[in-house]
Ligand binder design. Structure first.
Ligand code: HT7
Ligand code: ZN
Length: 881
């Protein structure tokens, strides 16, 4: 497959102003008539042939300006329709195609999910519906007529506003939708099916009365209320925070059960994976509620950052995704606890994006080349993309940032824009030169910032020397060229060893932010009465690794006294990481305690819990949670033995559970909900549950028998899925009768709830025991499992391959073999999901030699298989480079 390069971008030779679609839905023979109003693009090549994209299409008829095309005028294949000599004036093409939604297992284009017709067009699915200029810089106004059997699809939804509806003969009906906002084809959507609805009204700041609705499987309407409320809260927040109002009369959200990703921001008609819509206390955990709120917000916010202003080409994906992730993170921080949410964001970044940036799939936030765009919906584009926007705000300050956003929306509204357009708005608004800052978009790899501090008691100065080092990442475009220094905002402060802020001045740090924009730089504080402890990268002000050799006492000072909550958490993480890395590197055996460092951490945590756990349980739960195995492996960097990492982490968990046991039990009691208390998914209630369950986890690590008894009791008494699942997770780590009985009972209770069974699949796939491989193979034959449903594959197989490091990296290579086998099985059905599963091999070069050999041979088996999809072939090829 050919490589697409940013450097080769050329405007389209033709534009499409209006699209009239007539879609006659049928399970296997859906007919689509597209009437396209085209014209030559003044900036394109005059006289060029018109080449429309297609994918697995059957052409039934074509007419040019109402006349059949003459012999030799067009060439048609399932992948392209070429009109050799298009008129050099506005003209109309009418194209009739036929597609088979029931056979569409790729879930791109028009497909059926549980009998519901739906579409997914980003990035290039529209070409699976009709021949089209399927590129984001071709923006048209769409009118869609949808027709179907009434009994099969009583609900017919499209983009924009409803125009008309009516009967067709005795059994069929139709609806017409018109979207007045020009949009690229990837934002097209339609839905037809038997669906239940919940609705509400929202009046925008411009006085527009909007009908908002969430459509779900009939009978599950009561599980859609939370999502509906999240839509209304998102609308209000975007008005308050960014002055952005909604621009249609209706806003519809539809939940479907077969979906390749989380959700899709189609104009006025967001389509969601039902996992991110349906919620009830009995079926959804607190994490589910938080995800639903965040993803509803994310897709809604795209209405401005993505739809009103879209991307010129797919290299600019971060323009909409990074910015929209930033916006949804801000929303969640405002709706919940800002520090707690920031910690969650950073944990995700470190667990997903840092490894990606350090492995063979590393790429810049704005890639320069791709073979398969669907493989670039990555943590780097999304999460690191959001960090860049956040750094921009830190550098400019909140007011200037907001004015820059206003200017961006004002100047780019209705256009397909680039990263340069985005930065230009902020440069113009602030008067700052952002040329060097723009390197964040172009250079792959996580920078490391090394810091040394020195106190001069004579001069009463404290100086900090910074050095940034950037990995050389050989990508298509850079060919391993030496990276240039990045502009890194370092939010910082000084803490007195006995607590309290040090009131020291430095004219190099404005508003507590020092800007490191050279390879090396230093910063001097004056009037510092005594040696302070520096608190650096407060709030994780830049997506970097920090190499700063603080002593244990200095870290303890930060944990106890820093005014920045993120760095208090970071101090505990760093203390734990030192223990974990030391033990893993030494290959230390599993034991009851992790040495004096483990004891020191336990004692600091005891003090912390006594003073603060009840005041902020959500934060306390995070402080108690040790860095994950993958993060420890990343810190080790090379020749990693995943079993040694697990033993190190388990030993420290045992020690914390033992040393803190009585406190943890007391906290569980103190935080218990009074019997009959009503359920609330709010952050405070969720925080109490999180701490109770973090306590259970550690108590059970130290004393599996006591933990089992507590978990069994919790499972019996639980009134929320959060508590039930936490108890089951605890039990899943203790081999024996109680575990198997609890798992069997849970499966029986929720046998009609696929989304709950997903949690059950995932828990079992993550058990760090040798028997898990066979368990996963067995569960793949479970009646509730299906390779055709992406949620099932992610719950069972991806949980094993991506979230069970000891078993994926089994020394005998059987974990790699299972993953490769499923990737190949799946590739024929759903290449996108198969390719994503294959990214589990991202870390293969980091593991020790024997495992590495097995991983490489599994990867080579995949790469060499005949008939691979471009998606899987791209990931396999890059993983092996
Ligand atoms: N913009 C959406 C991306 C998306 C997607 C991409 C490829 C294949 C299927 C997909 N479904 C959704 C989702 C988002 O980030 O908002
Ligand atoms: Zn998005």
């Amino acid at each position: 497959q050919s490589i697409v390069r940013l450097a080769d971008y050329r405007p389209s030779d033709y534009l499409i102003d209006r699209v009239d679609l007539d879609v006659r839905l049928h399970p296997t023979e859906t007919r689509v008539t597209a009437t396209l109003a085209l014209r030559p693009n003044p900036t394109g090549e005059p006289g060029a042939p018109l080449v429309l994209d297609g994918d697995e299409l059957t052409l039934l008829a074509i007419a040019l300006d109402g006349q059949p095309t003459g012999p030799g005028a067009i060439d048609v294949t399932p992948r392209a329709l070429t009109l050799h000599q298009p008129p050099q004036r506005p003209f109309v093409l009418e194209i009739e195609t036929q597609v088979n939604p029931s056979a569409n297992t790729k879930l791109m284009g028009l497909y059926r999910s549980n009998g519901v017709y739906c579409t997914q067009c980003e990035a290039d699915g529209f070409r699976r519906i009709t021949y089209f200029l399927d590129r984001p810089d071709v923006m048209a106004v769409y009118t869609t007529r949808i027709e179907a059997e009434r009994h099969e699809a009583p609900v017919l939804l499209g983009n924009g506003n409803p125009v008309s509806a009516g009967e067709v003969g005795l059994t069929r009906h139709y609806a017409v939708w018109h979207d007045p906002h020009p949009k690229p084809a990837y934002l097209f959507a339609l839905v037809g099916g038997r669906l239940g609805r919940v609705g509400a009204r929202f009046t925008t700041l411009e006085g527009r009365d909007v009908e908002i609705a969430v459509y779900v499987e009939p009978g599950k309407e009561d599980r859609a209320d939370f999502a509906l409320d999240a839509v209304a809260r998102s609308m209000a927040w975007d008005e308050r925070t960014f002055g952005r109002a909604y621009d249609l009369d209706v806003f519809n959200v539809v939940a479907v059960s077969d979906f390749n990703m989380g959700a899709m921001e189609n104009k006025g008609l967001n389509i969601f994976n039902d996992k991110y819509v349906l919620a009830s206390p009995d079926t959804a955990t607190d994490a589910d509620y938080a995800n639903i709120e965040a993803i509803i917000a994310h897709e809604y916010f795209h209405n401005w950052s993505g739809n009103r202003v879209t991307c010129r080409d797919w290299f600019q994906l971060c323009l909409k995704e990074g910015l929209t992730v930033f916006r949804d993170q801000e929303f969640s921080s405002d709706e919940r606890s800002r520090p707690v949410h920031r910690i969650a964001e950073v944990r995700t970044l470190r667990a997903r994006q840092f490894p990606e940036d350090a492995g063979p799939l590393a790429h810049p936030v704005r890639p320069q080349a791709y073979r398969e765009i669907n493989n670039f919906y990555t943590a780097t584009v999304y999460e690191k993309g959001a960090e860049i926007v956040r750094m921009l705000r830190t550098l400019l300050g909140p007011e200037s940032f907001r004015r820059g956003m206003d200017r961006y929306f004002a100047t780019c509204d209705g256009t397909a824009a680039t990263v340069e357009d985005f930065l230009a708005a902020f440069a113009a608004e602030s008067g700052r030169d952002l040329t060097a800052f723009a390197r964040w978009y172009a250079q792959a790899g996580t920078p490391t910032v090394s810091v040394t501090g020195a106190y001069d008691p004579e001069r009463k100065t404290y100086s900090l020397a910074f050095r940034q080092s950037l990995p050389v990442v050989a990508t298509e475009a850079t060919a391993g060229a030496a990276p240039e220094p990045l502009v890194i905002p370092v939010a910082l402060g000084l803490v007195a060893p006995e607590g309290g802020a040090v009131e020291a001045a430095s004219d190099q740090a404005r508003d507590g932010v020092f800007v490191l924009d050279a390879a090396e730089a230093s910063l001097v504080f004056t009037n510092v009465a005594a040696a302070p402890v520096p608190s650096l990268f407060r709030g994780f002000s830049a997506p970097v690794k920090v190499d700063h050799a603080l002593t244990r006492d200095e870290r303890l000072t930060l944990l106890a006294h820093d005014s920045d909550a993120f760095n208090r958490w970071q101090a505990a993480q760093s203390l734990a990481m030192e223990v974990l890395v030391g033990r893993a590197r030494a290959g230390a055996p599993l034991g009851p305690e992790a040495g004096p460092e483990g004891a020191a951490l336990a004692s600091a945590l005891a003090t912390f819990l006594d003073a603060e756990a009840l005041a902020d349980p959500a934060f306390a739960a995070l402080v108690l949670t040790l860095p994950g195995e993958q993060e420890v492996a990343q810190t080790l960097g090379a020749e990693v033995d995943p079993d040694a990492v697990w033993r190190a982490r388990q030993t420290l968990r045992v020690q914390l559970g033992r040393d803190l046991g009585s406190r943890l039990l007391a906290l569980r009691d103190a935080l218990a909900e009074p019997p009959g208390a009503p359920f609330s998914p709010d952050a405070a209630s969720a925080g109490r549950r999180a701490l109770r369950n973090a306590a259970l986890d550690l108590v059970a690590a130290a004393d599996p028998q006591a933990g089992t008894a507590l978990a069994v009791a919790q499972l019996d008494a639980a009134t929320t899925m959060t508590d039930r699942l936490a108890a089951l997770a605890t039990l899943s780590l203790v081999p024996g009768e109680a575990r198997e009985a609890a798992l069997a009972r849970f499966a029986e209770t929720y046998r009609h709830e696929p989304l709950v069974l997903d949690k059950w699949f995932a828990l079992q796939a993550m058990i760090p025991e040798a028997g898990t491989l066979d368990r996963v193979r067995g569960l793949m034959r479970h009646p509730a499992f299906s390779l055709g449903n992406p949620n099932r594959v992610r719950s069972l197989v991806a949980s094993f391959s991506l979230n069970n490091p000891t078993q994926f990296h089994r020394p005998d290579g059987a974990g790699y073999d299972l993953t490769a086998e499923v990737v190949l099985l799946l590739d024929g059905k759903n290449p996108q999901v198969a390719a994503r599963l294959l990214t589990a091999f991202n870390t293969w070069r980091m593991v020790e030699a024997e495992r590495r050999r097995h991983a490489e041979s599994a990867l080579r088996r995949v790469a060499g298989a005949p008939g691979l999809s471009p998606d899987v072939s791209d990931i396999a090829g890059r993983s092996l480079v």
